[in-house]
Design a protein around this ligand. Structure first.
Ligand code: ADP
Ligand code: MG
Length: 373
């Protein structure tokens, strides 16, 4: 287990800035997920931590020791990649042992390390097989085992599950989480899959264009996204955004917005629940109201402590997902989606009354896209 500090890390290739100043402090045993779209710099940052890529500025510390100039093999880290090339002619045991042999570790110690890792990963029965005789999931376990035998201070994973089919991905995700719970090793894990990030991370760093947009626990990221980018990136379907203006009516703060399907009517006043003090300064100014699909229900079906704002809309499409149903409708001329109980929407037809729970809404500055409340 180790602390990991990434301070002011920048990386440029020629004129192109890939990482534009990254600061992340990780505690012992944390599971950090770097989440962001393809090309935002996740692998570059991970490779810098691993020592496989030089940084242009800043420093990386492992347990307070600056490792900028430390060779990858002396950093006490181990990395698992998406394409985990196993040696096809070597047995599983040999594949796992090989790195240790290269480091001059004596045979008894190597064998003990392999046995321990195999037990943890439940691949003891596969030790004699060749990679060609394994399923994709088993091969990925071996690749993790190969990293595990080294008992590194920090584990780095770069999209390790991307090559697996959907069912196996979920199984391996759980395996990796269990492994982390048993070992307590500090992990940095790269993915573009938000569900993987939410389920695995102790904290998530959301990246965009070489910058961290927000570094926080999954719950904070989901409930208090720093900006519209984070709000839209995490959550499926994504948060609904409605343009409006902060107003005051009868001493209450609210949002006036056009909520009718076709748009173009008189804006409605939607009272806000317990608005943050700074919202008072926004009276008369444009904002974006963000509301997650699960904060919208079919009117009258869900008890809420805060009186919901009810709007009428025509449902455009219904998508049952099993546990709940997605109802798409048009609100103020833009598409919106509600996550509702299957039994509620089955009865709904034609114009439907939706209930918006604004106690669970976010307000954003349309210029900077930062969250205001
Ligand atoms: P991610 O892992 O988030 O998909 P990467 O870190 O692999 O993104 O890449 C970030 C950006 O850096 C991409 O635009 C990529 O083209 C660029 N890049 C990565 N490696 C190099 C390199 N060796 N030379 C030039 N550009 C690179
Ligand atoms: Mg990558």
């Amino acid at each position: 287990m180790a602390k990991l500090s990434i301070r002011g890390v920048r990386k440029s290739y020629g004129q192109v800035d890939i990482l534009k100043g990254i600061d992340i402090e990780l505690n012992d045993g944390e599971f950090l997920v770097l989440l962001g779209p393809s090309g935002c710099g996740k692998s570059t940052l991970l490779n810098i931590v691993a020592g496989l890529t030089d940084l242009s500025a800043g420093e990386v510390r492992i347990d307070e020791r600056v490792v900028n100039d430390v060779h990858p093999k002396d950093r006490d880290i181990a990395m698992v990649f998406q394409s985990y090339a196993l040696y096809p002619n070597m047995s599983v045991a040999k594949n796992m042992e090989f790195g240790l042999e290269m480091r001059g570790i004596a045979r008894p110690a190597r064998e003990a390390a392999v046995a321990k890792a195999a037990r943890l990963l439940q691949i003891e029965h596969l030790l004699g097989r060749k990679p060609g005789e394994l399923s994709g999931g088993q091969r990925q376990r071996v690749a993790i085992g190969r990293a595990l035998v080294r008992e590194p201070k920090v584990f780095l994973f770069d999209e390790p599950l991307s090559n697996l089919d959907a069912k196996l991905r979920i199984e391996m995700r759980t395996e990796i989480k269990k492994l982390h719970q048993r070992l307590g090793t500090t992990i940095v894990y790269v993915t573009h899959d938000q569900v993987e990030a939410m389920t695995l991370a102790s904290r998530i760093a959301i990246m965009r264009n070489g910058l961290v947009q927000q570094l926080a626990t999954p719950a904070e990221i989901y409930n208090r996204p720093a900006n519209m980018y984070v709000a839209a990136f995490v959550g499926a379907p994504a948060m609904n955004f409605l343009r409006g203006r902060i107003a005051q009516q009868e001493g209450r703060l609210g949002v006036t917005a056009e909520v009718r399907s076709g748009g173009g009517g008189t804006p409605r006043f939607l009272p806000l629940h317990d608005p943050a003090p700074q919202i008072g300064q926004w009276v008369g100014r444009d904002i974006v109201l963000g509301i997650r699909p699960e904060a919208i229900s079919i009117a009258g079906t869900v008890d809420s402590t805060f009186p919901a704002t009810e709007i009428d809309a025509e449902i455009d499409v219904i998508e049952p997902t099993g546990a709940d149903t997605l109802a798409y409708f048009t609100m103020g001329g833009t598409s919106a989606v509600a996550r509702v109980r299957p039994q509620d929407v089955a009865a709904a037809g034609g114009t439907t009354r939706f209930a918006l729970d604004l106690s669970r809404s976010c307000l954003f500055d349309p210029q900077t896209e930062a969250r205001l409340n």
